[in-house]
Design a protein around this ligand. Structure first.
Ligand SMILES: Cc1ncc(COP(=O)(O)O)c(C=O)c1O
Length: 394
């Protein structure tokens, strides 16, 4: 067994990392030396088998056009079976260079300008941009915060879904930023409402390998045949294995008619996996599970560390403990800050680059999102800086 060292601090500057680039930090967070805890990638080196596979591929030296090889499709099928007990077929898998591009292609393919797409704020902010930049309207079904736990508002969802202009729903499962791993009952209810009202469910499951037990991820399409036919599941190894820069994602479309329509779009644009994307995904899914399990245990310890720190040293901040993802949602509403004041305290006093809650839409105003996929020493420094920035504030 290889024992991975997630405590190792690796200097990412000089690698074109948007998270760490001084200019980006200066321009967007007002401080070039801030501790970057924002965008969702990890400060950990990937599993050794991925490095070896990519090195071998690089040594080959020719990087012409790629294609979705049978091996590539097979590892995706096996992964879903192994991790979530979900049976899919190779033919159902379409390739896109990321889930954001996929969501764009989906809206372009299945919506007309003026149509409505449901989202559940606070939610991953590019959802809103994708909808409005394609001439559609956001139909918001805000989540409800009930005793530090987020829940879906089904009665409102029913009303929104009934509108004949509502065509799609972007489901974030697990949910970024609130960290919910939706239960079978919740998904069942949501799926029934969408089915009854002819709303196609687009289930973004990019965080689905990052789940803390006893929670379990349930792929939307696994619930029933009907749901499978009324959904598109977006999956990817990029969060689980830290491969975001390689641009890889698998779009699972069981329904042949929908698949043909989406595939037509993809064929027009002519996108195939890059030379390194499929190599990395195959290595990750075939040989990366040992690393992934050790990662999950490290992330859980980081989460415990945050929880303890907050409880003991900054108890007015409330942690919404995530059931999945490496993103924690911090509630500052006990302080009377405006959105701008909270932002300035984090950026200028604490000198930490966090994602402001308000960018995730209604309900995010008094929150900050912290990415805790980093060595514990950095996490500790960040939390101490937050503590210091709040000293003396009533
Ligand atoms: C819910 C969600 N969807 C999609 C993405 C981005 O996906 P990609 O990099 O594959 O475009 C992220 C990245 O943080 C995310 O959190």
């Amino acid at each position: 067994m290889t024992k991975y060292n997630f405590d190792e601090v690796i200097d990412r500057r000089g690698t074109d990392s948007i998270k760490w680039t001084k200019k980006h930090l200066q321009d967007n967070f007002g401080e070039k030396e801030s501790i970057p805890m924002w965008i969702a990638d990890m400060d950990f080196k990937v599993a050794q088998p991925i490095i070896e596979a990519l090195t071998e591929r690089a040594q080959h030296g020719i990087f012409g056009y790629g294609h979705k090889s049978d091996e590539f499709l097979e590892v995706v099928v096996n992964w879903h079976k192994k991790r979530n007990g979900w049976d899919i077929e190779k033919e159902w898998i379409l390739f896109t260079p990321g889930i954001i591009p996929a969501l764009n292609f989906i809206v372009e393919t299945f919506c007309n300008p003026g149509d409505k797409v449901i989202i559940q704020s606070p939610v991953y902010y590019p959802f809103a941009n994708i909808i409005t930049n394609n001439g559609c309207h956001i139909a918001n079904n805000p989540l409800i915060l009930n005793n530090d736990k987020y829940e879906m508002n089904f009665s409102e969802l029913e009303k929104i879904a009934k509108d004949s202009r509502t065509k799609l729903m972007f489901l974030c499962s697990p949910h970024n930023p609130v960290g919910r791993v939706w239960t079978a009952e919740e998904l069942q209810r949501l799926g029934e409402i969408c089915l009854e009202n002819d709303v196609l469910v687009i289930s973004d499951e990019i965080h689905s390998d990052l789940i803390y037990r006893p929670n379990r991820h349930i792929p939307f399409g696994k619930i029933s045949e009907e749901f499978m036919m009324n959904s598109i599941v977006c999956s990817s190894p990029s969060k689980s294995f830290n491969l975001a820069g390689l641009h890889v994602s698998d779009i699972i479309v069981t329904n042949e008619k929908l698949r043909n329509e989406l595939n037509h779009k993809l064929t027009t644009i002519d996108i195939d996996p890059g030379s390194f994307a499929s190599v990395a995904q195959i290595a990750a899914y075939n040989h990366g599970e040992e690393w992934l399990e050790q990662l999950l245990s490290y992330l859980r310890d980081n989460l415990d560390f945050i929880e303890e720190f907050i409880k003991e040293r900054i108890p007015r901040v409330k942690l919404i403990r995530p059931e999945g993802t490496y993103l924690a949602w911090l509630n500052f509403s006990d302080y009377d800050f405006t959105e701008l004041e909270l932002q300035q305290i984090m950026q200028k006093k604490a000198k930490i680059a966090l994602d402001d809650g308000y960018i995730f839409g209604a309900g995010g105003e008094h929150f900050q999102r912290i990415n805790f996929a980093c060595p514990r020493s950095i996490l500790q420094k960040a939390l101490e800086s937050i503590e210091k920035s709040l000293e003396g504030i009533n």
